[in-house]
Design a protein around this ligand. Structure first.
Ligand SMILES: [Zn+2]
Length: 121
């Protein structure tokens, strides 16, 4: 991923245009049993059709150099869930607050469990 996450637009799964923008991000560290070293949670919004979703970018640094593994997915979360997360991310930089971190992790868990995903390309 580039160092400027806001500079690139991705493919919108709804209108199929390259207009999906990352409008907010929150970076989380890993938990000991987590296979990912870095989790970035995102609010995605399409500049074309207005579609909103929760995005998750994950990176693994372990192993051989230059052999980074990453995964970038979006969740078709209900609008109120996305809105709730957006409000939470607005409270950054207070994200060091452990309770907020736990809350954000819940969105990742819920996303993996309940929502359909799409690849962010
Ligand atoms: Zn769209």
């Amino acid at each position: 991923m580039s160092n400027e996450p806001y500079s690139k637009l991705f493919l919108c799964p709804k209108c199929q245009l390259q207009k999906l923008d990352i409008t907010k991000i929150g970076i989380l560290g890993c938990e000991a049993d987590d296979m990912w070293d870095e989790n970035t949670i995102q609010i995605l919004q399409c500049q074309g059709c207005g579609f909103k979703a929760i995005g998750l970018y994950q990176e693994e640094h372990r192993g051989v150099l230059d052999d980074e593994t990453w995964q970038h997915r979006g969740f078709f979360a209900p609008e109120e869930k996305t809105q709730e997360l957006e409000t939470l991310l607005d409270k950054l930089p207070n994200q060091r607050d452990e309770r907020q971190t736990i809350k954000i992790v819940d969105y990742i868990k819920d996303g993996n469990k309940y929502y359909q995903t799409f690849n962010i390309l």
